[in-house]
Design a binder for this molecule. Structure first.
Ligand code: NI
Length: 170
């Protein structure tokens, strides 16, 4: 296993709409192992392939973040079939958006469908925190960051801050 480099905003690859996995072969399994290791090392609650420069629809997340026991979840080609209700995701953050969190309006319930790491179909309803994680990670596979879901004023302020930081670093 190997740690992968996590891309950060404004890296253009983060805007990629990733391609479906057609065959869960050894290469895909290695990507999943490396992504999982990278997520736990970061540490993060979830990681999408887009964030490590891979053009595939794969996400990993931990079902019970913060607990000692790791509960790794893998989703291949996930889609949100239905979403309903609203909830405020407070101080949402992302490994690809440095030094920033914001409140994001999210659906309170989602019905998701995917394949697990062995290619078995998954279909379940999620609510609360898990619904937020799934929306955030599946957004990544469509080239969307949480800062795309906040007010344009807040987003502009963040972009300015990042530009200033880059200029200061030469
Ligand atoms: Ni993220």
């Amino acid at each position: 296993m190997a740690l992968m480099k996590i891309l950060t905003y404004p890296d253009k690859f983060l805007k990629t709409t990733t391609k479906p996995v057609e065959n869960i072969d050894g290469e895909i399994k290695k990507i999943i192992n490396d992504m999982s290791e990278t997520m736990y090392a970061a540490p993060g609650a979830g990681l999408a392939a887009t964030q490590v420069g891979i053009d595939k629809r794969i996400i990993v997340y931990d079902g019970f973040p913060g607990e000692e026991k790791q509960t790794l979840k893998v989703m291949i080609n996930p889609i949100i079939l239905e979403s309903s209700g609203t909830q405020l995701s407070e101080n949402e953050g992302c490994l690809s958006v440095l030094d920033y969190t914001a409140d994001v309006k999210r659906a309170s319930h989602v019905l998701v469908e995917a394949l697990d790491r062995d290619g078995n179909p998954l279909k379940f309803e999620a609510e609360g925190y898990l619904a937020i994680v799934l929306q955030h990670e599946i957004d990544h596979l469509n080239g969307i960051l949480f800062i795309d879901r906040i007010s344009s004023l807040k987003r502009q302020l963040y972009k300015k801050r990042i530009k200033k930081k880059q200029n200061n670093n030469g």
